[in-house]
Every structure is written in C-alpha cells, then in structure tokens.
Ligand binder design. Structure first.
Ligand SMILES: Nc1ncnc2c1ncn2[C@@H]1O[C@H](COP(=O)(O)OP(=O)(O)OP(=O)(O)O)[C@@H](O)[C@H]1O
Ligand SMILES: [Mg+2]
Length: 644
C-alpha cells in the first residue's frame, strides 16, 4: 500500500476481517477514512488477480473514484454507469448501483471473476426513490461475492446485519467507529450575533419565543451574511462550504458577497490562471455561467448545484480541492462522500425538501453534511455554523436535529416492472418467495407484509392483464420492457403499437426527451408544431390506457406522462445547434438539459440491448445517438478529459 498513514484500529480490523474471508460492514463518521479500507481490499484483489466492483450512489462520487483509482491503479480501472462505459472489462469496475443490479439480474455470470462488491454510502438503501435498488442487489448478489459496505450513518447496524446474515453466504463482521478524528464545534448565527456554543444560544432566550407577538417584541435582527463572513475571516475559518437547499439561493448568496475579497494578490493570480486552464480543458469557456462566475472566482467564491453543467461543476470542484476557492455555495449533493472537506461548514437553514414534503433536516443528514468540516491531517477541529431564524425554528426543533439519535435506515423495497419481469423470467411464480428474504419483510408488521406481497401480486396481475406475461411466459414487448429500468410500460406499448418502429432518428430523440422530461410545477407550455400536436394527442390516449390499467390494479404512482416542453431544444440539438443557444427553446437550466438529454440517450441505449429490436431500428438508434451524444452532452468525453 503506497499510503503513509498509520492505520486506525477500525481500519485495521476491517482489513484483517476482509482478508480472513468475512464480508465487512463499516459504520464510521464522515471523514474517518473508510475509503482507505476499500483501497486495501482493491490492492489485495489486484495482487491476487481477482476482480472487484465498486458502487456509489451518485455520479459525482463514482466519477471521483474513477479518477482517483485510475491514477492509483493505471490500466486496472473501468467505469460503467448509465451514460458512460470506459474499460468495462477491467478488474476494478466502478458502477452505479442501478447498473450493477440490472447486470446481475440479466447476466450474473459476468461477475464470476469478481470477488468483491463495495457499497459506498450503503445507507442509500433508505432512499425513498432508489433504496429498493440496494436491497434488490443484496438479495440477488451472486453467491461467491463478498460485501464491503461503508456508511457514516447506520444506527441500526445490528438489525441490518441480522438481515444480511439471512440472505448472504459469507460470514459478516461488524466494524463500528464512533469517534471523529477531527471533532466538530457547533456554532450559530441568530439575530445577527454569533453564538459559540449551543448553551450561549439557549441562554440568549432568543429561541424560546413561542407566539408571533413575543417574537415581534424581541426585536430579532435579520442575520446578515456579511457579519458571518467577517467573523469567519477574522478567525481564519476558511475554506468553507455553505449549504443552501435551493439553486437560485446558492447564486444570489454568492452575488451578495460582491466586493468581499478572500484571496491574496498571489492567490488571485493563481486562481485566474487555473480557472482559465480548466474551462478550456473542459470545453466550457462559452458557458454563460462563466461570465457570472469569473468575478466571484477572483474573490475566492464559487457556487455549485444541479442547474449548472456537469463539466463546469467539475471545474468548481477542482478549484475547491486546490484550496484556492475559499467559499462555495452549494446544494447537498456536495455532502456525499466526495472527498472535498473544508475547515468550516455553514447551514443556510435546517429546513429541506425531502422528495415529497419539506421538513427539518434529519439528524443523520445534518451530520452527513456537517461532517465535511475539519480536514484530517490539516485541522484540529471542524466548525459548523447554523444560521437560525427564530421565526422558523425553535429550541426543541433545533435540539432534536442536533442531539437526536440518528434515524434508523428502513427498507424502501418497491420493485419496478423491469425487475419483476426479469425475476419472472428466472423463477416464474416462485418470484414471490423472494419477498420473505427482503429487509422489508424483516422490518415490517404482519399487515405491512401482507400489503407488500399484495402489491407485488397486483403488479404481476397487471403485467398479465396488459399481456406482458402471457401463459406464464414473457411476451415480446416484455422482453423490451425488461431492459429499460424506467418507463417500462410506455416503452413496451410504444413498441407493441408499432410507433417505435415508425420513428425516424429525430423523432426517436424527441420522443425519448418527452418520456424523461419532468416539467416543473406550473411550467408554461411552449407552442407546438402541428406534428408535435398530433404526436401529443396520440400519446395522451396511450398514457390513458396505461393509467387505466394501473388504477384498476391500484398501482401508484402512475407511470409518467409524456411532456413535450423540451422538444424544440431537442430538435435544435439534433440539428447541430450550439448548446448555449438551447435555453431559448425551453425553461430548463443547462445542467438539467444535459441531464435530460443524457437520460434520453440512456433509454435509447437500453432499448438497443434487447434482441427483440429489429436491426433497422437499432441502426436508427445508433445514428441518433451518434448525432446527439456530442460536446457537453457526451459524459464519456468529460471523464476522459478529466483523467489527463
Ligand atoms: N489512518 C489515517 N490517518 C490519517 N489520515 C487518514 C487515515 N485514513 C484516512 N485518512 C484521510 O482521511 C480523509 C478522509 O477519508 P475518506 O474520504 O475515506 O472518509 P470517509 O470515511 O469515506 O468519509 P465519508 O463518510 O464522508 O465518505 C482522507 O483525506 C484520507 O486520506
Ligand atoms: Mg467515503
């Protein structure tokens, strides 16, 4: 191992256990050094000529690992995600968990030479949208594979391991580390005053005003960002990650600091040079954000969120890791595992949108983000500042977040049609026997168990009713649906009705964009051409038919409707337009356009893998992808450039 670190006890234990043949579950705080365990195991595998799969929940994390591991183990690393496939036969493969799950369902023999799977951030099993993928992957894991699971937040690790023991072939070792190598100081800004401890804040009395009237009479001052920044500067507490949960707010806050300078003359020169280099390497010099970002970057400030181009996000990340960017305003995706620590973390608010509703941060999420503060080997402490507005939060709410126990992870099992079709193919009616093997089954009450099994049965009934399963066999359209892990019924019907086969390259792209695009609430519809009007009408009836069946079998949420709001942007892109002109044609931010186009490409690629698809359609899909997967949309290009 080329690291000079003296291993911590928990790292040593984890590595020893792995070497003795155990599967290993590690729960250790953010920044404790879980990656090092993974690296030891990877090196063992390389030495012993055994393969290893590394899965991560977000692309930023898999990209970073690809970059890091490629540097450490040149020629040994590949990456396969929805939109990227580089070196897929390498011994170390980085995958998104979705792709790994799909692959073990369809061709588990592909992994005969892979001894390990690493699940980084395994608590994603709890994610309401995607958690089911982790659970299915563990249930379906090829028997010879060992698991290394890593997480900063696994409070019910015993319960989790009990379940693992029931589905996993190898003995399991639990490794728990409670201590953070760099302890955290929690501080607050309230009524525009800095409080260095929780006690000070409590004693100020600002937080016990319950009625609106009492709040008004307390003459609470608004928190000023400048006050906080002046404090941080005087205490030399940069670099700093500022978490805000809204993209727009990330930008407006950054502009609010117009005129604040966080860099010396030398640093300024250096960052301008680096910035110019990076935007050229990543081909984003023409991005309109550059003009907005440049003056900020010169001050040592940046922002980062899902609305900006992935390539530009990487530029900002690079600037931050060099230490020249002193303050970054970002949404929470920056919190997850990507090794970009800072001295200080700031919370704009403790209130956040959680997929379906907004509520106070979970204790688990607070510490996942707060844990970015304090760099091992550089800082002796990490600092966490929370900006408090007593109108929005009281002491009880705050205490619950800060002192509450971590929320246990709970199963979110909810298999999609494609998974069910693939399982049905493998085991027919025996597929119901899978359910008792799930974490969901272990965690649920009797009634919930019955409901979950009922839902699974209703899904199979729907698939029979819609002729995806006919006489206990998978039908032709189902062969296709089983390959696309979202929008299965839409794709199946598009194929079955002959629509898919009738489309030319441009229409294929337009239709896929309509399939993946999710308009914002109240988003204005653009004007449609007559052809699109006709297509919309045809597809409306078609969605109605799917929804009717889903309602009949009480399967919710219903399959997604088509939305043609980015059609004109898709058309322009197909016809060769400059990426930066696309915003004229739709409401989506650049980052979103990239995401939707890449999703459309992914669905096309999935369709292409089915043997049921005729060669003529395959060839149109290929031509279409070739045309649209260029420039900033091409995710592979970004990664290849990145490892230079
Ligand atoms: N034994 C060690 N001694 C000193 N530094 C170490 C040691 N192990 C790891 N580190 C350093 O600690 C830092 C954090 O490590 P790492 O990214 O692995 O954290 P993590 O536990 O995966 O956190 P997260 O939950 O945020 O993903 C890295 O910079 C790493 O080099
Ligand atoms: Mg990590």
């Amino acid at each position: 191992m080329n690291s000079n670190f003296v291993l911590d006890e928990f790292q040593k234990n984890a590595i020893d256990s792995a070497r003795k043949g155990f599967s290993v579950i590690v729960s250790a705080p953010t920044g404790a050094g879980k990656t090092l365990i993974a690296e030891y195991i990877i090196e063992d595998c390389i030495r012993n000529r055994e393969g290893i799969i590394y899965t991560a929940p977000v692309k930023a994390l898999s990209n970073q690992k690809f970059r890091d591991f490629s540097r450490k183990y040149p020629k040994n690393v590949g990456i396969v995600t929805g939109d990227v496939s580089i070196n897929p036969s390498a011994p170390i493969i980085i995958m998104t968990t979705e792709i790994f799950r799909n692959a073990i369902l369809i061709s588990p023999q592909r992994f005969n030479d892979k001894k390990w799977v690493i699940f980084d951030e395994i608590h994603y099993l709890d994610d309401i949208e995607r958690g089911t993928v982790w659970e299915e992957t563990i249930i379906l894991l090829p028997e010879h594979m060992h698991i290394l699971a890593l997480s900063a937040t696994l409070p019910n690790i015993d319960e989790f391991i009990k379940w693992l023991n029931s589905v996993h072939r190898h003995p399991i070792k639990k490794i728990v580390e409670q201590n953070r190598p760099v302890p955290l100081d929690l501080r607050y800004q309230c009524s525009n005053t800095i409080f260095n401890t929780h006690k000070e804040l409590k004693e100020s009395g600002l937080m016990d005003k319950r009625s609106l009237r009492a709040l008004r009479e307390a003459h609470i001052k608004p928190n000023k960002l400048n006050t906080l920044m002046a404090h941080l500067q005087s205490k030399e507490l940069t670099p700093c990650i500022y978490f805000s949960f809204s993209r727009r707010r990330c930008e407006t806050l950054a502009y609010e600091l117009h005129g604040l300078n966080l860099l010396s003359k030398e640093e300024k020169k250096e960052i301008v040079h680096l910035f110019n280099n990076l935007i050229n390497i990543f081909n984003v010099a023409n991005d309109p954000h550059i003009n907005l970002l440049f003056p900020l970057v010169k001050q040592g400030i940046g922002y980062h969120h899902a609305g900006i181009l992935p390539a530009l996000k990487e530029v900002i990340e690079r600037l931050f890791t060099t230490g020249l960017l002193k303050l970054i305003f970002t949404t929470e995706t920056f919190a997850l595992g990507v090794n970009m620590p800072a001295k200080t973390v700031i919370f704009d608010t403790l209130y956040k949108y959680y997929g379906r509703t907004s509520h106070y941060l979970k204790t688990r999420d607070f510490y996942q983000m707060a844990g970015r503060a304090g760099r091992r080997g550089i800082d002796t402490r990490g600092y966490v500042y929370t900006r408090i507005n007593p109108y929005n939060i009281n002491m009880d709410n705050l205490d619950k977040i800060i002192y509450g126990s971590y929320e246990p992870i709970t199963s979110q099992l909810r298999s999609c049609y494609a998974t069910i079709l693939n399982l049905y193919k493998l085991m027919k009616e025996k597929l119901y026997e899978i359910y008792p093997r799930s974490f969901h089954f272990q965690q649920s009450e009797r009634l919930q168990k019955k409901e979950a099994l009922d839902l699974l049965k209703r899904k199979v009934s729907l698939l029979e009713y819609m002729k995806y399963i006919v006489n206990s066999e998978i039908s032709a359209k189902a062969e296709l649906s089983a390959r696309v892990y979202s929008f299965e019924l839409q794709i199946g019907e598009l194929y079955d009705t002959g629509i898919l086969n009738s489309l030319n390259e441009l229409s294929l792209f337009i239709l896929m964009c309509a399939l993946v695009y999710e308009p914002r609430k109240g988003e204005k519809k653009p004007r449609f051409t007559n052809r699109i009007k006709k297509m919309r009408k045809e597809l409306k009836n078609f969605t109605k038919y799917i929804h009717k069946a889903e309602k009949k079998f009480r399967i919710y949420p219903l399959s997604k409707r088509f939305s043609f709001n980015i059609t004109e942007a898709a058309r322009a892109w197909y016809e060769g337009a400059d990426f930066y002109k696309l915003h004229r044609f739709c409401w989506a931010d650049e980052g979103e356009i990239v995401r939707y186009f890449r999703m459309a490409i992914q669905v096309l690629k999935e369709v292409r893998t089915s043997y049921i698809v005729e060669p003529a359609l395959k060839s149109r899909i290929n031509k279409c992808i070739k045309r649209i997967n260029r420039d900033v949309i091409d995710a592979e290009r970004q990664l290849r450039e990145d490892i230079i």
